[in-house]
Design a protein around this ligand. Structure first.
Ligand code: NAX
Ligand code: ADP
Length: 288
């Protein structure tokens, strides 16, 4: 599909919520692996895990440095910090971008990259879109304008002057679904499909908002991993599905921000706390 930007509304987002069934156990619902946070940015790990759990899934498996893991567990003791399988991996929010080499951090990233599961690549993990280990699985990237500029070698002004073109070009060049953050969120697939979501509030322009979006999207991908065929033949369908999940994440995130804000300032934990009500509203039709 290509051409005009597609509209993606609340009923489309509702169709992206997987409701648990009697036959489900925690593994069948979907496990999200999270490789996020660092000694430099431990809070990003807390926010991504919190957002994922609030979105609803079977389990979050968190791999990160001791301090970040302790903070994650203090906030969410249901998080599992032992290595193991996951249906999807979120990598990158709050990873150390100082350029210093940390073999343990590199090992955690390798575990996630080599799992053969769908990937959400955020912040410090965006350059991994070019890693051969990431190229064989469905993946969605979540840059803001500055990150997209760095990733594609253009300047930030070029991205902000024509964000639709910038995100479209990036999706083709990187052969990945790309979600470009901003007041308007744009999602492009390598096949030329474009979804646009403008649900949020400028009160959302606050540190950590992107980490929460990554967690919400990670949970949606983990709970739909079984729908993603992971085959070359189904590549286009996987891209379309990932783009829809990304747009649904932007709607849930934006509407949770609106609830948390109610016309005033918000904190990211308040946004996360509003996520379950948004999802209930999408499912019962009260969220319009
Ligand atoms: N609580 C946390 O741990 C948080 C961690 N975060 C993580 O932090 C990492 C870097 O994210 P960014 O989006 O900041 O990366 P950017 O690449 O946009 O910014 C990098 C650096 O640019 C400088 N900069 C840019 N604009 C500036 C301005 N207007 N005023 C002052 N300095 C400015 C700052 O030194 C900043 O550290 C990511 O891994 C992200 O996930 C952020 O999400 C914020 C919250
Ligand atoms: N002016 C704005 N209006 C609405 N949403 C915004 C605005 N500015 C940023 N956002 C949203 O807030 C989030 C910011 O993400 P990001 O830049 O990665 O922040 P951080 O790195 O601090 O987590 C994105 O989801 C983006 O779409």
């Amino acid at each position: 599909m290509s051409g005009e930007a597609g509209t993606f509304g609340v009923s489309d987002a509702a169709a992206c919520i997987r409701v648990p069934e009697d036959s489900d156990d925690k593994y069948a619902r979907g496990v999200l692996g999270v490789v996020a946070g660092s000694d430099r940015y431990p809070g990003a790990a807390v926010l991504a895990v919190e957002a994922a759990l609030r979105t609803g899934l079977g389990m979050v498996r968190y791999l990160g440095p001791r301090r970040a893991a302790d903070l994650v567990l203090a906030r969410r003791p249901e998080t599992v910090t032992a290595a193991g399988r996951a249906q999807a991996w979120l990598i990158g929010s709050g990873l150390d971008d100082s350029g210093e080499t940390d073999p343990l951090a590199e090992h955690r990233v390798s575990v996630a990259l080599e799992a053969g599961a769908p990937l959400v690549l955020d912040a410090g993990a965006l350059p991994l879109a070019r890693d051969p280990r990431a190229r064989s699985v469905p993946r969605v990237l979540t840059p803001h304008a500055g990150e997209l500029a760095r990733l594609t070698g253009v300047d930030r002004a070029t991205v902000t002057a024509d964000p639709e073109r910038a995100v479209r070009d990036a999706a083709v060049t990187l052969d990945a679904v790309v979600l470009l953050k901003g007041a308007t969120t744009r999602i492009a697939t390598p096949d030329g499909r474009m979804l646009v979501v403008a649900e949020a509030t400028p009160w959302l322009a606050t540190a950590g908002a992107g980490d929460a979006l990554a967690g919400i999207l990670g949970a949606l991908v983990a709970t739909h991993a079984r729908d993603l065929a992971l085959s070359e033949i189904a590549r286009g369908a996987d891209h379309d599905r990932l783009a829809e999940l990304a747009a649904a994440a932007a709607i849930v995130h934006g509407r949770a921000a609106l609830r948390a804000s109610a016309g005033g300032p918000l904190t990211i934990l308040d946004l996360c706390a509003a996520v379950p009500a948004v999802i209930r509203g999408l499912l019962d039709g009260s969220e319009r």
